[in-house]
Ligand binder design. Sequence first.
Ligand code: PAF
Length: 287
Amino acid sequence: MNTVKTVRELRAAVARARSEGKRIGFVPTMGNLHSGHAALVTKAAQRADFVVASIFVNPLQFGANEDLDKYPRTLAADQERLLQAGCNLLFAPTVDEMYPDGMSVQTRVSVPQLSEGLCGASRPGHFEGVATVVTKLFNMVQPDLAVFGEKDFQQLAVIRAMVRDLNMPIQVIGEPTVRAEDGLALSSRNGYLTPEQRATAPALYRTLQHIAAAIGRGQRDFAALVAEGQAQLTAAGFRPDYLEVRHAVSLRPAMFDDRDLVVIAAAYLGNTRLIDNLYLHVEEKTA
Ligand code: PAF
């Protein structure tokens, strides 16, 4: 696996693969890779002949008080993991390579509506930063397909909408969340948790499961379910940011007859903000 740092080298390597008739798969990441990322690369390797991954901690998607500076940078370990998972080429650009004229004059891509609410409400500008960098990376790599984790459910919805709205000829594939044995969704931010917080953390997924199970049994008082879930999270030691039941595609608030739902949450343990979600399809009852 080769690592390149410039767009020029990236384009040359991808052009070589394409001239050999290879289908290009792409996995954008911010590094500090875990088995969840490895699953994205494995999926890309199953669907494409040449897999490009990127590692770029994108300043444009971090708010002023967020963890940009302390976000873990672990390039050597990441390279090993990517190699094992079947990656062919790593693109690891600098901030200057990605934003040569600086970020203030960078053209932005914004996806209305889907970017508002949920994580967009507590992280203003976040999804514009994501949509902008993913557009740039897509234009640099020009992949046939790209794989994203379903753990970032709203991000995946934003990227799908962006690809559709801007007619990007790229197939977007969602890969199910990889979880620790106790249910905690794998995330680079789990590394910030103290041992005590790590022991509490699985309560987030348990709360989502509890709500999803109640909906599965026919409960439709979403507000009551959410209120109960918020109380559970608070009792466990979380500071909930949001906990909601939404329509899984449009992300609007769930309605009584919706069949495709997502229970979605963000909550703090100390200063660490964890997100998780649980998709559920409600079967139509036959009389
Ligand atoms: O999900 C992430 O790691 C990032 O938001 C992404 C898609 C690599 C864009 O910086």
